[in-house]
Design a binder for this molecule. Structure first.
Ligand code: GDD
Ligand code: MG
Length: 524
């Protein structure tokens, strides 16, 4: 895969946010320039060609000399033809961004260590199968379903069929009582709902499903170093394939050795059909709102910082992946990060990382600072890679109220969890009460925005909502005793399916033996 090189970053404390890089070529081979094979074809009109071919016969309106630039060795001539003005982009002094190729073999190595979690709730089985078909062979498939039980059975049948050629996969249902009991007993009880005092199931929500997926991979396949998330309603399998390769490229391209990596994707376009025409709009409706407010949060942090070290964050507009449903992380990061419920999970990544790592008050004993409940141990410095992919993103169409609740959840992540010291009434020096005032101003502005979008700001009963919803914040998955979780789920599960995992067998006979070995089963 060939991409623009990650050269610019915003450094905020121990958090590095890279400027958006772009996929340029989906398959760039080994990265070694290919030698021409056989006798090179020389097009007419090239330096060895026949000048006479440009006699105007192709197009009466063009003189042969109009094509001269095409054969120029001088890059400046070609830049003059370009639509983009180099002066528009300060990061590219000569108009041609530096590029980098990740050889196919390197991508495959990373993909072979990746688990791809597919959260799914009542999606069309054929669409889910399409998503699976796009996940590269080396990746472990993990389907975490919250579908109705009949639909889950169909999903499992489809998964078994899909994996019949030795493809390793896991599936589990979010309502599995054994998983809920294990979460309840061994460290993640906040995720569990109870009926009559008995743990019943893991809460509804995409975020909750993703956490179950992380726990499952960490407990059952601990060698997987990377975990990625891909929605089950994506209609273009080729896009899924690109996303997974882009994740791998993002891991390979992290320029900061020793930091954990988070890769977040921004789609080339998110087309909508309007009046029978496809409108290739670039940014989703929720992303527009959430990105804007996350960037305002960065500005507020810069304004509140008396040291001036965060000045570059002011008006940077660097965050373009606030809602990235398609994202990936090093497993250590996924295990040590607090995560939010439902659709708040992606915007909250930014809010949490900014709070934990993104300012210069890195006092590990500053527990209880701000609205957040304290420092998260073991969180290493993090680099966020933002990548623009090339495929258009087609998924199940959602209605306006769904989009509204999604951006409201994003604003809720910011409003209720402003990073310290924006949320600390008496912050320790060198911060002052002015820092807190900046935070309050931002919260006030969010309320004004909600009020200005009155018609988009009603709850189910049609009553005006004054504040965005407060997300539920869960402790890191590392709180869970993974050994006990694994044993409990192994012995008592009702819905866990393990396919082609040679090292992990369930007592119940739901592991299929492939009729013959196909390809190479990757190490797990
Ligand atoms: N396991 C599980 N549990 N999966 C769920 C649940 C749940 O309770 N609720 C939804 N899902 C699955 C859906 O089936 C789908 O595969 C995926 O989560 C995303 O849900 P959608 O309903 O399709 O969300 P969206 O398309 O509006 O939003 C997506 O894109 C946003 C960015 O534009 C999501 O990925 C958002 O998280 C993301 O911010
Ligand atoms: Mg969707």
């Amino acid at each position: 895969m060939r991409l623009t090189e990650p050269t610019k970053a915003l450094q905020m404390g121990n958090l590095s946010i890279m400027h958006l890089i772009e996929v340029l070529e989906l398959d760039a081979g080994s990265g070694i320039p290919l030698e021409p094979v056989g006798s090179a074809f020389t097009p007419q009109g090239s330096e060895q060609g026949d000048e006479a071919s440009f006699d105007g016969s192709l197009d009466d309106s063009l003189d042969g000399s109009d094509y001269d630039d095409l054969f120029s060795d001088d890059e400046q001539d070609l830049r003059d033809l370009s639509d983009t003005d180099p002066e528009d982009d300060e990061s590219v002094p000569d108009g041609v961004p530096p590029e980098v190729t990740i050889p196919q073999a390197q991508l495959e190595t990373i993909l072979g260590q990746m688990a791809v979690i597919v959260p799914c709730k009542n999606e069309d089985t054929t669409i889910i199968e399409g998503v699976l078909s796009g996940i590269p062979r080396g990746c472990l498939i993990v389907l975490v379903s919250n579908s109705e039980s009949r639909a889950y059975k169909k999903e499992v049948m489809m998964l078994r069929r899909f994996c019949r050629q030795a493809r390793p996969a896991l599936a589990i249902h979010q309502g599995d009582a054994a998983a809920a009991a294990a979460f309840n007993m061994y460290g993640l009880d906040d995720l569990v709902t109870h009926v009559g005092g008995t743990p019943k199931r893991i809460r509804n929500g995409k975020g909750e499903g993703m956490m179950l997926g992380i726990a499952l991979v960490a407990a059952l396949c601990p060698q997987r170093r990377y975990v990625a998330f891909v929605d089950a309603d994506i209609m273009v399998p080729g896009a899924v394939n690109e996303y997974c390769r882009a994740f791998a490229a993002g891991f390979a391209l992290n320029p900061n050795p020793g930091t954990e990596t988070m890769v977040r994707l921004r789609w080339a376009s998110k087309p909508k059909v309007r009046n029978g025409e496809i409108d290739y709009t670039c940014e989703g409706r929720s992303s527009q709102v959430v990105n804007r407010w996350l960037n305002r949060l960065l500005t507020a942090m810069a304004d509140a910082d008396p040291t001036g070290k965060l000045a570059a964050a002011r008006d940077s507009e660097i965050i373009v992946t606030g809602n990235a449903g398609e994202h990936a992380m090093t497993m250590d990061l996924a295990l040590n990060l607090r995560l939010a419920n439902g659709y708040a999970i992606e915007p909250f990544h930014f809010v949490e990382l900014l709070d934990q790592l993104g300012h210069h008050n890195q006092n590990p004993h500053a527990d209880g600072l701000g609205y957040n409940t304290g420092r998260v141990p073991n969180l290493q410095p993090v680099t966020i890679m933002q990548i623009r992919t090339r495929n258009p993103h087609f998924h199940r169409v959602t209605d306006d109220s769904h989009v509204r609740s999604m951006w409201a959840s994003g604003l809720g992540s910011i409003y209720h969890h402003l990073p310290a010291p924006l949320s600390t009434p008496a912050p320790p020096p060198p911060f002052s009460s002015k820092s807190f005032a900046r935070g309050e101003k931002l919260r006030g502005d969010i309320l004004d925005y909600l009020a200005d979008n009155n018609d988009e700001n009603e709850d189910a009963k049609g009553e005006l909502v004054h504040e965005p919803p407060k997300p539920r914040i869960y402790p890191p998955v590392s709180n869970l005793d993974l050994d006990r979780f694994r044993e409990r789920v192994r012995s008592e599960h009702k819905t866990l399916i393990c396919l082609n995992l040679q090292h992990f067998k369930l007592p119940r006979p739901n592991t299929i033996t492939p009729p013959y070995q196909y390809g190479v089963t990757p190490p797990l």
